[in-house]
Design a protein around this ligand. Structure first.
Ligand SMILES: Cc1cc2nc3c(=O)[nH]c(=O)nc-3n(C[C@H](O)[C@H](O)[C@H](O)COP(=O)(O)OP(=O)(O)OC[C@H]3O[C@@H](n4cnc5c(N)ncnc54)[C@H](O)[C@@H]3O)c2cc1C
Length: 560
């Protein structure tokens, strides 16, 4: 596709589950829709690498999908579980929408031939039921439906800034990586579905393109972020050996989440969970384990690689050897979800323990929306992991994909509706935006974008892990503001060829990521206030003339 003159009715930024599902629903109403994706749609982003578990209660499975499930696993329980899981910091309206809406979305996928084996709740799975279809299969089915509904895909397009005319958002400007040109794409309504912010962490299990571009674009356009600091960490992913870095198999299958009594030890061999949760020990909630592990590491009792030890040394080897004989998800030869893990098991058997640490997994805070997917900016909608407010401080397994589907539908339909009420879109040259985007490519001398990106990632990893300390956040806020003020204007690409120019992408990501990181630090700093033991508020960040501002909104006191 080349630069458009005629506006689309709807453009969706992001081609993961949420974005492509939004586009599918918008196109089904007859709207002219395009998905703009930074990578290849459906082959980049978190969805395609996900485990594909989708939370849905037994009542819905029986009533709406005709599947064999526990009907006493009711919608009401599912709703309560979502709110309890997030310590009641999530929005009940958004939670209700997921509970009531996910069945209809799964039904569309079921009619498309997607198989949904049912998994009841239980040890390590969290409460309630879920269905599971591998991430790549889910994404493929969604894309197939979107293409059939007439959605056009503009891939390898790095969206940078939203455009606006007198009537509101009017399109997007960004880099077509293929041609290396700066293009504008006009639209009557826009859906932001660019995923989370997790690639701003060094230790993560997510792909690299999730820098927070959508959150930054939305902020600049006048939308708000809610609880930007909320990030779900997986407590104990492999840190070392490097080959399996980020892998959660040992915790999820061979650890407490799999019902196996592995032990967490610090460098002194102490089972430190005894200090945090003497009753539950390693079976404590994920956020408490993440916090405990982070504390061991930051207080200097961690392993040389910067983690702690997960140990099976107290268990007979036969017990572990037998896991593939009974575990429904592990195949002989230690194959799990397509990973060949024999090498990791060899190390585990030889050494009895491996080094693990919390990794960033899924953004829980993000663009503030209502149940229709609307932000406070008319014509700008959002869905999926780019948004915040649904989960609260933690989330149940499978709810992120349920969210992507339900919010995808809502935002797609709302955007199509908005577009129908808008006659036209003004187009312009947007020379200033174009110059800003091209600046790092044109600059002769300056800072290497990759190095500044590394500084940002190192900073985030250090202060926005599971454990947040006020003084460190203050220092980090000053650092990120300094980077924004003094480093960004000096970014200079080392190579001038604009096509698939990694330096250029890094430079553009430095800009959006640094704004998203500043918002996260501001939010986290407010929550780290020693005086506030009442956590019953959401943190709202907006961009004002003098920079980012943070406010606390008591839960339920404000509508968008
Ligand atoms: C390893 C792993 C396993 C998981 N397993 C599960 C699970 O079993 N169940 C569950 O519920 N959740 C799971 N999650 C979380 C879940 O997968 C995600 O929350 C969900 O897929 C997010 O979907 P999304 O469409 O919002 O974003 P994504 O799928 O991340 O898609 C974002 C899209 O935006 C694009 N994009 C980003 N920036 C730009 C830009 N500037 N311009 C244009 N495009 C842009 C990306 O290229 C991508 O296409 C898992 C996550 C991971 C990492």
């Amino acid at each position: 596709m080349t630069g458009s003159v005629d506006p689309f009715d709807v453009i969706v930024l992001g081609g993961g589950a949420a974005g492509s599902w939004a586009a599918f629903h918008a196109a089904r109403t007859g709207a002219n829709v395009a998905v703009i994706a930074k990578g290849l749609a459906g082959r980049a982003g978190a969805t395609v690498s996900s485990g594909g578990r989708i939370a849905v209660c037994g009542e819905t499975l029986v009533d709406e999908l005709g599947l064999d499930a526990d009907p006493t696993d009711s919608k009401e329980k599912f709703f309560r579980n979502i709110l309890d899981g997030g310590s009641h910091l999530g929005d009940p309206f958004l939670a209700r929408a997921v509970v009531d809406g996910v069945g209809a979305e799964l039904r569309i996928l079921q009619d498309e031939g997607v198989q949904f084996p049912v998994t009841p709740g239980g040890v390590g799975r969290g409460p309630g039921s879920s269905v599971r279809t591998p991430g790549p299969d889910l994404q493929r089915a969604i894309n197939r439906l979107a293409v059939r509904a007439g959605v056009r895909f503009w891939e390898d397009f790095h969206a940078v800034e939203l455009l606006r005319d007198d009537a509101g958002p009017s399109g997007v400007i960004g880099v077509d990586r293929n041609s290396g040109t700066v293009e504008t794409i006009a639209a009557k309504a826009i859906v932001v579905a660019t995923g989370g912010t997790s690639s701003n962490w060094l230790k993560r299990d997510t792909p690299e393109e999730l820098a927070g571009d959508g959150q930054a674009m939305a902020l600049r356009a006048g939308a708000e972020l809610i609880d930007a600091d909320f990030m779900q960490f997986l407590p104990c992913c492999v840190l070392h050996p490097q080959l399996w870095r980020g892998q959660q198999f040992t915790w999820r299958i061979l650890g407490p989440q799999g019902g196996i009594h592995a032990r967490l030890l610090n460098r002194h061999g102490e089972r430190f969970m005894a200090r945090w949760s003497p009753d539950k020990m390693e079976f404590a909630s994920s956020d408490l384990v993440s916090l405990a592990v982070a504390a061991e590491i930051t207080e200097g009792r961690g392993s040389p690689g910067g983690g702690v030890y997960l140990s099976w040394a107290h268990l007979p080897r036969a017990l572990l050897n037998d896991v593939p004989l009974w575990h429904e998800q592990v195949r002989p030869g230690w194959n799990w979800q397509g990973y060949e893990l024999q090498g990791l098991m060899d190390i585990l058997f030889a050494e009895g323990a491996i080094e693990v640490a919390p990794v960033a997994h899924c953004s829980l805070g993000g663009i503030r929306i209502d149940g229709t997917g609307a932000t406070r900016v008319g014509g700008l909608f959002a869905c999926g992991e780019a948004t915040g407010g649904l989960h609260g401080i933690d989330r149940l397994q499978g709810t992120a994909l349920a969210q992507a589907l339900v919010q995808g539908r809502a935002s797609g339909l709302s955007a199509a509706d908005h577009a129908r009420g808008r006659a036209s879109v003004s187009t312009g040259s947007y020379a200033d935006a174009r110059d800003r985007i091209l600046a790092p490519l044109r600059r002769e001398d300056g800072l290497t974008p990759h190095e500044v990106r590394e500084r940002l990632v190192t900073l985030t990893d250090a202060v926005l892990g599971p454990r947040r300390i006020a003084a460190e956040l203050d220092e980090a806020l000053a650092t990120v503001r300094d980077i924004r003020e003094n480093a960004l204007p000096r970014l200079a690409c080392r190579t001038r060829d604009p096509r698939f120019n990694r330096d250029w992408s890094d430079a553009l990501e430095c800009d959006s990521a640094s704004l998203a990181i500043e918002a996260m630090i501001l939010s986290a700093r407010s929550r780290a206030e020693p005086a506030s033991d009442d956590l019953r508020w959401n943190g709202i960040v907006s961009l004002r003339d003098d920079g980012l501002a943070h406010e606390r909104h008591l839960i339920g006191s404000e509508t968008i």
